[in-house]
Ligand binder design. Structure first.
Ligand SMILES: [Zn+2]
Ligand SMILES: [Zn+2]
Ligand SMILES: [Zn+2]
Length: 142
């Protein structure tokens, strides 16, 4: 992420507002946060902001390709500022903790279907599911 997020917003034609800057910073600092978590961080920084305003800012940043939205099945949407590569995610089935895993190929789509049925494929959405080290060590859950 370049030094000045305000420049990033301007480059993408977005009006620079304190709320958008705070949302972008919050997502950069805490990847894979839910909108709720982002709004808590932003509130601590800029004072009162409605959840709707956070959703609006996230939506604008996603549309401008400054923020990526991921939504593992059964989970709330999560947001991250790592948008420049095709990477995947490991999600813990028990606690929902999400971490990045680099793509072995790097470019989307990194998996080709056996038969594309005439479709022009541009993405393979890959999520790895399992248990994080903490949950795997917690035998009381088993
Ligand atoms: Zn876990
Ligand atoms: Zn990620
Ligand atoms: Zn991949």
């Amino acid at each position: 992420m370049p030094a000045d997020p305000a420049d990033l917003l301007r480059q993408r034609g977005l009006r620079v507002t304190a709320q958008r800057l705070a949302v972008l910073r919050a997502v950069s600092r805490a990847p894979h946060a839910t909108a709720d978590a982002v709004s808590e961080t932003v509130r601590a920084e800029v004072g009162s902001i409605s959840l709707q305003a956070v959703y609006d800012a996230l939506g604008a940043l996603v549309d401008a390709d400054l923020v990526r939205r991921i939504q593992p099945a059964g989970s709330a949407a999560r947001f991250e500022a790592r948008v420049t590569d095709n990477h995947h995610h490991l999600v813990c089935r028990d606690c929902g903790q999400t971490v990045d895993v680099d793509c072995a190929v790097g470019d989307a789509p990194c998996l080709a279907p056996e038969s594309a049925a005439g479709y022009v494929v541009d993405e393979a959405e890959i999520t790895f599911w399992g248990r994080c080290p903490d949950c795997a060590a917690d035998t009381t859950r088993n």
